[in-house]
Design a protein around this ligand. Structure first.
Ligand code: T1G
Length: 704
């Protein structure tokens, strides 16, 4: 920012307009809150000004405190002297004119204003809990006074953004404008209508509306599962509870005490890290942001199986027309039925409106063959995961697709270069690896082939963002980046069984750590036959490939998991609850005895570290081979591809909490005990020797 204040005051007739101009989202960075306070003081002393409007320049109102300032001991205005207090003390009324976002401290400022006006496209919210803290600007005290405790608790504990029309219904917004209204002029007109009204209505003067005294304990119970191991959600509840138990200023003091307990907590540091790496991942160090992307308006998906259907839904969910085809009309109809069933389930659960489901279904057009998709801008191949099936598809696409169309494959591990070599336009080919279920999981791995052009890659990354994904670049290595870094975890978890663990013990450790499901339960959900086929393929290619006799035995018995009623666990008909199965324990015991592996007990920490350290080591190998840009990109993949608990930041962020040296020493010890699979990567050894954190590790130059 230049020397000029990011906040200005100009007078238009009787109205003072205070404008915040601190791009890109008017966060409350250095000088912003002070600037607002200064303009309020000047507006209150200027006799020509009867009322004021507070408005944001650019694309938003105020998006909240500057998150980069947390944990940095940046000086903060004391209670009673903050911008919210200046607004409370303002003799003249102030209208918050909201467009874009009013979030966190920005929304708290709006609530300290006397009136709130918004465009319908605007959104308000208190998302602080999502970065491990709580509204620290009086929001936990004002919101219950504005909309009642029940609605306030929902907004504060979920951190959700509330669209302006809903905010109007809740009582947050006083004046909801039509979408095409001019916010600036409308706010001035509004100010002129109310400028003589005294006293100006202050939210702090209202009574809190407590609908049910039991709501706080009920809320604590309702969040117990998803908020386990976290503190911020519970502190949010305590702060709102204080709004019912004490006067406003005391409540603000209680809020400030709770905020201080959270600001530099491990949870808050991890969640702030996650927030920023999700933005960093979009930056491609060797592909300039100015690289022209190919606009796309129509997409096609080849293959209407679980993945192809989910990919088609991803496009339809974000407004894109998408054509879908399959090898036979019967297969295509099965795929369309699965899509219809998926949407119907969402409608039944209340997460999707019926009319929105119809709009999305109308965007998905089943087509008979290649000639029907020739004019699409983007085509995503999602056929069976075999090279012999995929190669002819790419040869055909090369033949029929219009010049300039982008040809992507959803393969999860196969060589992108081999597919590109089936075409005369390898520069237009890349991998776009969705994670199952494709319409739910946010991670999209963009896999760079040797010949993929910068334009193709930049377009693939942007395409992911435009369909609600987090796009992350991966090198074309076996398993790309996410699955390759996860592979040792998958091996180690089964080897633990050979040594005396049970699936339920491993799953409990990982669920207690924060995963939504244990890895064995996830295996049963995905289907054990898929891994079995993959292991057989790899064993045929690599005689040294370590087979998994226990997993293989289950698959050979037809125990594929939920779809067959039994896998690692046993399932009752119509019930997805995994039940430990004595038959599996017996198989584990028998196979392990046959392998001659001594059985022993395991502490939870060893189980956790055997799984995660094996992946940390592999992720270091990926970085030293230049197959990922940054350690934090791999953390994004673990957060959004594998459900790694967000309040632990990511795989490397968590490992840094233990320390590189300790991780290295443990891996070196397991290398002595178990042999080559635990050989420390060179990068890991170098980091341990240099005392460099995982997050500071430098990847080798990117190698497609
Ligand atoms: N602080 C610092 N930088 C921020 C920021 C913030 N609050 N919000 C966004 N940015 C940066 C972001 O890193 C990116 O930077 C650029 O702006 C565009 O963001 C006292 C204590 C507003 C919905 O949690 O949710 O107030 O990558 O890519 O998709 O009680 O940004 O360009 O270098 O996300 O259009 C509460 C966080 C803070 C809001 C816009 N507020 N931001 O989304 O753009 S705590 C938040 C967002 C607080 C008070 C408490 C989103 C957005 P770069 P973007 P977008």
């Amino acid at each position: 920012m230049s020397g000029a204040s990011p906040v200005s005051l100009e007078r238009q007739g009787d109205i003072g307009i205070i404008t915040v101009n601190y791009p890109p989202v008017n966060a409350l960075g250095p000088g912003v809150a002070e600037g607002i306070k200064d303009c309020l003081a000047r507006g209150n002393t200027d006799p020509a000004i009867k009322a004021m409007v507070l408005i944001g320049a650019g694309r938003s109102f105020i998006a909240g405190a500057d998150i980069r300032g947390f944990g940095t001991n940046r000086p903060r205005l004391p209670l009673g002297q903050r911008v919210y207090d200046t607004l409370d003390a303002s003799e003249k009324p102030v209208i918050a004119a909201i467009h874009g976002y009013a979030l966190g401290g920005g929304f708290e400022i709006a609530m300290a204003c006397h009136y709130r006006m918004a465009l319908p496209s605007a959104k308000v919210g208190l998302p602080e809990v999502l970065i491990g803290i709580l509204p620290g600007g009086g929001g936990t005290q004002r919101l219950p006074r504005l909309i009642g405790v029940k609605a306030a608790l929902d907004m504060i504990v979920t951190g959700r953004h509330v669209p302006a029309p809903e905010a109007k219904r809740l009582g947050i917004i006083d004046e909801l404008l039509p979408e095409n209204a001019d916010l600036h002029d409308s706010a001035i007109a509004y100010a002129m209508r109310i400028m003589g009204t005294r006293p100006s209505p202050r939210v702090r003067d209202r009574m809190v509306r407590l609908e049910d005294p039991g709501i706080f304990d009920a809320m604590r119970k309702s969040i117990a599962r998803r908020a386990r191991n976290q503190t911020a959600p519970y502190h949010c509840i305590a702060a709102v509870e204080a709004s019912c138990a004490m006067p406003f200023d005391d409540g603000c003091r209680r809020e400030a005490d709770l905020f201080r307990e959270l600001e530099d907590s491990a949870e808050a540091r991890a969640l702030r890290y996650a927030f920023f790496i999700e933005r960093e991942v979009a930056r491609l160090p060797d592909i300039p942001a100015s690289t022209p992307v190919r606009d796309f308006t129509t997409a096609a998906v080849i293959g209407s199986g679980t993945m192809g259907g989910g990919i088609a839904m991803s496009f339809a969910d974000f407004g894109f027309p998408v054509k879908i085809m399959d090898a036979t009309p019967e297969a295509l109809e099965r795929g369309m039925q699965r899509i219809r069933d998926n949407y119907a389930t969402s409608v039944r659960r209340g997460s999707l409106a019926e009319n929105e489901m119809q709009r999305r279904l109308a965007r998905i057009e089943p087509v008979a063959g290649y000639e029907d998709i020739a004019d699409c801008d983007v085509v995503i191949e999602a056929v069976f995961e075999e090279m012999d099936v995929k190669k002819p598809v790419f040869a055909k696409l090369d033949e029929v697709m219009k010049p300039g169309a982008l040809l992507f494959s959803n393969t999860s591990a196969l060589d992108i270069d081999q597919l590109a070599d089936m075409t005369k336009r390898p520069q237009d080919v890349a991998g776009t690896h969705f994670f199952s279920p494709a319409n739910v999981m946010k991670l999209l791995e963009v896999v760079r082939g040797k010949a993929s052009s910068p334009r193709t890659l930049a377009t693939a990354m942007q395409m992911g963002r435009r369909i609600g994904k987090l796009s992350a670049m991966a090198g074309n290595t076996d398993g790309f980046v996410a699955n390759r870094s996860r592979a040792p975890f998958n091996t180690e978890m089964v080897i633990l069984l050979e040594e005396g663990c049970l699936p339920e013990q491993v799953d409990k450790v990982m669920v207690d750590f924060g995963y939504p499901m244990g890895p064995f339960a996830v295996g049963d959900l995905a289907g054990l036959d898929i891994g079995y086929a993959s292991r057989k393929r790899r064993a045929a290619e690599n005689p040294n490939f370590r087979m998994q006799p226990i997993s293989d035995r289950l698959a050979e018995m037809g125990r594929y998991g939920q779809k067959t009623g039994a896998g690692w666990y046993r399932y009752e008909k119509g019930d997805r609850t995994p039940h430990p199965d004595p038959e599996v324990a017996a198989i584990i015991k028998e196979v392990s005895a046959g392998l001659g592996i001594p059985q022993r007990e395991f502490a939870d920490q060893e189980i956790l570290r055997r799984l995660l350290f094996s992946s940390v080591n592999e992720a270091c190998k990926i970085l030293e081979e230049g197959k990922a840009y940054r350690p934090s990109d791999i953390d994004v993949m673990w957060l959004h591809g594998f459900g790694f608990p967000r309040y632990r930041g990511g795989l490397f962020f968590w490992a840094d909490g233990i320390g590189v040296r300790e991780v290295y020493n443990q891996i070196a010890a397991w290398h002595q005990q178990y042999g080559e699979r635990w050989a420390p990567s060179r990068l890991l050894r170098d980091l341990a020797e240099s005392g460099t954190s995982f997050r500071e590790a430098k990847a080798a130059a990117f190698v497609p």
